[in-house]
Ligand binder design. Structure first.
Ligand SMILES: [Zn+2]
Ligand SMILES: [Zn+2]
Length: 341
């Protein structure tokens, strides 16, 4: 097998390795498609305290090549998508049913070797069987869609709502579609990149705003008769956009901070306004019990995901994929490990 290994932060090399054999309740997956995510862009420079060498990539789909005989829900040849997050099961969060908030969470492609490889050995229970009709590149997007489904659950978008989204990368464009499926009446998308604004419009955004040229707050106020948005979803992860999100929400509304802001980021809030306007500020972390629903949305064709894929790269180009994502030059990058480089 071949794997794109990060031997240390800021380095990536493709290496040959022996093909591992599944141990108890494990499956060997032939990886057909693995998405590059903002998390990989944090892992690559060493922002997360992972141990190196590491094979990153946690958004993947492929085919079961070999499996422990005791696993009953899968067999060789099955197409699968992975839920990469593995909770410990015994900490306080896990035992309250909040497994995604596990203090000892491990994750395929983050704390253990993942999908930027031709093959990946995984606990079989992390695999969800996918119809062979679903292209691997779309099946590989089940994890980010599942994170967005959890975000929409948390944001409480209801029919008729006015939703403002900050950032139209792949995540913003998935959240836009989910907000529409929830029945949002008006969706306003703020995005400086003209191509991404165009994509948001193609996907049905009621209005797009270029925050480098227009005042986002006045655009939202104008669209809502001075009221503010019912739901504001921040999917950039910067101090500035988090502050913007808080300044756009209307009375009785909610703010979802979905983007991964730096730990040291701080924003100003008015406790009086939160009290007087009953504003709810919430976060959303990973994909607790939403992988199956995300897969159902993808399998049924309810989401336009193919058009979000801007690049398909071979295994040797993982580092380039991460750089493309970081530079804003890509919407979604998919690594195809079986492809010759
Ligand atoms: Zn991800
Ligand atoms: Zn736990």
């Amino acid at each position: 097998m071949r794997a794109a290994v990060f031997p240390k932060p800021e380095a990536c090399q493709t290496v040959e390795r022996d093909l591992p054999a599944p141990a108890e309740r494990e499956a060997l997956i032939r990886v057909e498609a693995c998405g590059v995510c903002g998390t990989d862009a944090h892992v690559y420079p060493g922002h997360f305290p992972e141990s190196y060498p590491l094979v990153a990539g946690h958004e993947f789909a492929g085919v079961v090549e070999e499996i422990d005989a005791d696993v009953l829900h899968l067999q060789p040849g099955d197409h699968v998508t992975l839920d990469p997050n593995i909770p410990c099961g015994t900490c306080r969060a896990c035992r309250r049913g909040l497994t995604h908030l596990c203090r000892d969470l491990s994750a395929i492609g983050v704390t253990q070797d993942g999908g930027f490889a031709t093959h990946c050995l995984v606990p079989a229970r992390q695999c969800y069987k996918v119809s062979e009709r679903v292209p691997f590149a779309l099946a590989a997007m089940t994890e980010p869609v599942a994170c967005c489904v959890h975000g929409i659950d948390r944001a409480d978008v209801c029919p008729g709502a006015v939703v403002a989204l900050i950032g139209a990368g792949a995540i913003g464009l998935i959240l836009l579609q989910l907000a529409q499926l929830q029945g949002a009446a008006v969706t306003i998308v703020s995005e400086p990149n003209p191509e991404k604004r165009q994509q948001a419009e193609t996907l049905g955004a009621s209005r797009t705003v270029d925050p480098s040229a227009e005042d986002l707050r006045s655009s939202v106020m104008q669209a809502t008769d001075g009221w503010g948005a019912d739901v504001v979803i921040e999917c950039v992860g910067s101090e500035r956009t988090a502050q913007q999100a808080l300044d756009l929400v209307g009375d009785g509304g909610s703010v979802l901070l979905f983007g991964v802001a730096p730990e040291a980021a701080r924003v100003a809030v008015s406790p009086f306004e939160i009290y007087r306007k009953e504003i709810c500020v919430t976060g959303s972390f990973t994909n607790p019990f939403t992988h199956g629903r995300a897969l159902a949305l993808i399998s049924s064709g309810r989401l336009a995901l193919g058009q979000l894929i801007s690049h398909r790269l071979p295994l040797d180009e993982v580092a380039q994929g991460i750089e493309l994502l970081e530079s804003g030059g890509a919407t979604k990058v998919i690594i195809e490990p079986q492809r010759a480089g």
